[in-house]
Design a protein around this ligand. Structure first.
Ligand SMILES: C[S@@+](CC[C@H](N)C(=O)[O-])C[C@H]1O[C@@H](n2cnc3c(N)ncnc32)[C@H](O)[C@@H]1O
Length: 473
């Protein structure tokens, strides 16, 4: 570990906040970066003050982070507008020999406030308070060689915004995070998408949670339109997947874009990878029912990254086992679509964890979403397996009553049949029922209330008409 720690500001986008801590922890593990957090570390705040060994560590971290806007070299930090200048001034004086060449370069100062809007005039006033910096270079707003950031933080409560900032940082830009990737692989311009295609930000966060790296082999057993394969391939991994839905895998189902009447002939997961220059990382996708494993016991994946069906927007199906085929079953030469029955959600998660325990390399990760009926949630709810350790668990709201959790498991031991354990299967199995029953109850209540309101309205109208009649008489 380095003895010369340096101070940096991790400056985050204020989006998917619940995932950022897990992402930073995963990336520091991936790049083997030691990190120290400031004493007043607050995960909710858009900037974190951290110590890292050197600029290379900061650049490695940013090279994969989707949550980070950028990383700054910290020049000053204070909770008081006057004091920040004393701190910055002292920093410049004590490090002048190292910093002096910076002041000869073209520059800009970017002012950003969090949870408070300030005018352009106020921004310029803030910039002018840095008049003591010995800057000799020209201002260049478009393409400066040096970009300083001045950030004021006014807390998280937008109903109670303080007069003055409660935290202020000033720093020199060092490196951007990888948020530019979000536009590069946007679903809007992607060749092949489905109804449940995962958005690029969450897909890339999942790849980071999976510690996906160059040359890895990544598998998605519920691959759908392959969004998670796109993210993994963007991280340099070879990718493969399976899905029970033949029409989806062959892009023969109904198009998901409203503007599109029929699918183009060359839509496919492979075409998506080609679109993003990752064609060479495509291994294959197969039509297969996950409940009926097709894999040889020796196959090992570096990561399994998946979004299983929850039964809300897509069916959870498995191929039905029939001891005797029906009299009308077609002959072997005909195309035959086997009939399917419901795949119990708790069985699906049990299968997913035991499959991962068998087919992940040691230290490999399973990253998957789990739907949760909020009032049911507790630690016991989570699927468990003795070979897998839960290392991250971040929640994303779906509605007032339900959410989904991104679970990250790491394989810590080879599986042992007697020791396999599972989470509270009954509760998981109930998710779909509860989701729809609750919906029906509220719709029903709403219908009753609306009917009551209409009846009330009619009564009031009759009373008004009676009163008018009486007063005019
Ligand atoms: C939530 S979607 C996955 C979406 C995907 N991540 C994407 O970006 O398009 C779940 C997928 O699981 C598939 N599925 C359902 N039951 C399955 C089973 N028993 N085996 C394999 N795939 C199954 C569905 O056809 C669906 O495509």
């Amino acid at each position: 570990m380095s003895n010369n720690w340096r101070n940096y500001v991790l400056f985050f986008a204020q989006e998917h906040v619940a995932f950022r801590s897990a992402e930073i922890t995963s990336l520091t593990q991936k790049f083997n970066i030691p990190i120290k957090y400031s004493v007043n570390h607050n995960e909710q705040q858009p900037f974190w003050l951290v110590e890292l060994p050197d600029d290379k560590a900061a650049k490695d971290l940013a090279s994969r982070s989707i949550s980070l806007r950028c990383i700054l070299e910290l020049w000053g930090h204070s909770n008081c507008t006057k004091n920040i200048h004393t701190v910055v001034h002292n920093y410049v004086n004590s490090n002048f020999n190292e910093l002096k060449s910076v002041f000869d370069k073209s520059f800009r100062i970017t002012v950003e406030t969090y949870n408070k809007h300030i005018t352009q005039k106020e921004k310029v006033e803030r910039i002018e308070t840095f008049g003591y910096l010995p800057i000799k270079g020209e201002v260049n707003l478009k393409n400066p060689e040096v970009n300083w950031w001045y950030i004021e933080y006014y807390g998280l409560d937008n109903l109670n915004i303080p007069e003055k900032p409660i935290d202020i940082v000033f720093g020199k830009w060092l490196v951007d995070g990888r948020r530019s990737l979000l536009k590069d692989i946007s679903l809007k311009t992607r060749k092949f998408i489905g109804n449940t295609s995962m958005d690029p930000q969450l897909s890339l966060l999942m790849a980071n949670q999976g510690l996906v790296g160059k040359g890895d082999l990544v598998f998605d057993p519920f691959v759908g339109s392959g969004s998670l394969l796109v993210a993994a391939a963007k991280c340099g991994a070879y990718v493969m997947g399976t899905d029970i839905d033949y029409l989806m895998l062959h892009a023969k189902n109904r198009p998901s874009r409203i503007s599109q009447k029929v699918r183009e002939k060359d839509e496919s997961i492979r075409a998506n990878l080609r679109q993003y220059g990752c064609d060479q990382l495509y291994v294959d996708v197969l039509v297969s029912d996950f409940s009926n494993s097709i894999w040889h016991k020796s196959i090992l994946f570096d990561s399994i990254i998946t979004d299983p069906p929850y039964g809300i927007r897509e069916a959870i199906e498995r191929v039905e086992r029939k001891e005797q085929s029906k009299p009308n079953t077609k002959t072997e030469n005909d195309v035959h679509f086997p009939s399917t029955s419901t795949y119990n959600l708790s069985d699906l998660y049990d299968n997913l964890l035991s499959f991962s325990a068998k087919h992940l390399k040691l230290g490999g990760r399973l990253v998957c979403w789990l739907p949760v009926f909020k009032s049911d949630y507790c630690e016991e709810y989570l699927p468990k397996n003795n070979s897998l350790e839960l290392v991250a668990n971040s929640e994303q709201d779906i509605s007032a009553i339900s959410s989904r959790r991104l679970l990250t498991y790491e394989k810590i031991a080879e599986p042992c049949a007697e020791l396999e354990e599972t989470g509270n299967s009954e509760i998981i199995a109930e998710f779909r029922n509860k989701f729809f029953t609750y919906g029906e109850e509220t719709r029903e209540t709403r219908r009753m209330r609306q009917a009551e309101l209409r009846a009330h309205g009619k009564r009031m109208a009759m009373l008004r008409a009676n009163n008018e009649h009486k007063s005019s008489a």
